[in-house]
Ligand binder design. Structure first.
Ligand code: OFO
Length: 172
């Protein structure tokens, strides 16, 4: 059985994961309208992954006798100054999510909830992967600079990343 405190912070994480999904969906749309097919495909994939992250928390809370709640979400940014700015936003957001997961791990130990502590380890590993991926992408974007040809190749390249992430074990 989850403690009230544990249940409440896990429900808060449901909201964060749902917002992440919306943030990346908005990025997918922006990239699609800019003709960046690969980037947009990548963002649609990220958005789906975040929904899976959200559902995994959802099912866990209900399984442990709690009540998983759907809550109101804050709206994401719809426009970006550049592709670099968009990926910087993604990177910062992932760091924020990692901090939030770390806080949950901390609380699970305070609550002596070892089942939740164990459950959260999947997210700890996932965040390491997501941060590393965002960092790699940003490095590439910085290398390209203002080179249009480079951007074209990058847009093609990122399709590979989408394939890799979609076979990674992310489903609940
Ligand atoms: Fe849910 O991993 Fe990104 O935010």
């Amino acid at each position: 059985m989850l403690s009230e405190r544990m249940q409440s912070v896990l429900n808060n994480q449901i909201r964060i994961e749902a917002e992440s999904s919306q943030i990346y969906l908005a990025m997918a749309s922006w990239a699609e309208l800019k003709g960046l097919e690969g980037v947009s495909q990548f963002m649609y994939g990220q958005s789906d992954e975040e929904r899976q992250h959200m559902l995994k928390f959802f099912k866990y809370i209900n399984e442990r006798g709690g009540h998983a709640k759907v809550s109101e979400l804050s709206g994401p940014a719809l426009e970006f100054g550049s592709i670099k700015e968009m990926f910087e936003t993604l990177f910062k957001h992932e760091i924020f999510v990692s901090q939030s997961i770390n806080e949950l791990v901390h609380i699970s130990l305070e609550e002596k909830d070892y089942a939740t502590h164990n459950f959260l380890q999947w997210y700890v590993a996932e965040q390491i992967e997501e941060e590393a991926q965002a960092r790699t992408i940003l490095d590439k974007i910085n290398l390209i600079g203002d080179d249009k040809g480079g951007l074209y190749l990058f847009d093609n390249d990122i399709k590979q990343l989408t394939v890799v992430s979609s076979v990674a074990p992310t489903a609940p």
